[in-house]
Design a protein around this ligand. Sequence first.
Ligand code: ACO
Length: 366
Amino acid sequence: MSTFIPGLAGVVAAETKLSKPNGRQGQLTIAGYAVEELALNATFEEATYLLWHGRRPDATELGAFCAQLASQRALPAIALGVLQAAAQDKLGAMDALRMAAGTLNLAAGENLAMVLVARFPTIVAAYWRLRQGQTPVAPDPELGHAANYLYMLTGERPSEAKARGLEIYLNTVIDHGLNASTFTARTIISTDSDMVSAIVGAVGALKGPKHGGAPGPALETVFAIGKPDNAEPHLREKLERGERLMGFGHRVYKVRDPRAVVLSQAAERLFEQDGDMSLYVLAKCVEETAVRLLAEYKPGRDLQTNVEFYTALLLHGVGLDTDLFTPTFAIGRVPGWIAHCYEQQRTGRLIRPTARYVGETNRQWL
Ligand code: ACO
């Protein structure tokens, strides 16, 4: 009972039907489907429905679901006010998302799960534009979730290739076992708190570079390397300084993260269509060098490419600035967080582990 497991590694703290990462075989199953199968074939709306209902929607159900989601995209004045204030202070996009998302439980009587999924892209896009002194673009109900997000960022309807590239990314990250942000959401909802509080807590957990904050720095490393010949000296220097290489290593995966496989293929397709493969080729070289050097500097730790490395490349190809990478991860993950909240609520069980006390005893208040 009193065994201390640092970081709760390997501790089974929930039962779930949502997703199953297999860290030794490099496989990820989401609601019964291999991640490759789901990410490459579903729309984001279908993947969300699947997580919330445990099965694919039929055509009528999907139509109604998409329409309901699209109808909830516009932001209330209070959320816009928060974003305007945050933009004045030039806060980070994740901080702005956390603050504006925190206002969404004021939408009394609405379906909060739908509201959260529908409005995350609107918050991020509106904030992005406000921070650059531009006016937010109103959502377009005729566009799907992914295409509409790009439209609200740029004011232009995106190409089919970019919208689908983004959608594949959102599908790929929609759920991933009991990761730190999902565990946070489940812990909060387990106290019988509300869904918005759980999701806001999850956003806070996702922000950190050991979780969702890695893709920006991963891409910056690729840019700083600049050309293949620089990869080894640059990465070696980082490792000599004791730095971590962003986009590598994972608590669960000891082989290449299956999501990295899906995303690297999607990035390759996107760059091929754009007709410039130079960044993709450089990234492949950085990846190969990083994995080789990690094996040299950290033998036996099995540090492989994780989801974040190719997230960075794909989202860059889609046209997103690095500051948007982590908020876009949140846009993809929010249906998963919500589905876990539903599961946790059904158990009715409070999450409350224990700590081993290692402090002093019998002190006197003199
Ligand atoms: N670069 C260099 N060394 C690393 C890296 C890395 N990317 N990852 C782990 N290590 C080393 C650690 O320094 C440690 O070395 P030590 O045994 O000599 O002390 C050893 O490998 C084990 O590291 P832990 O932090 O104990 O491993 P853990 O499983 O807790 O960490 C984590 C997983 C946090 C993702 C880690 O690999 C990391 O920091 N990676 C870089 C950041 C990153 O890419 N984050 C995104 C993760 S994916 C996601 O959450 C969506």
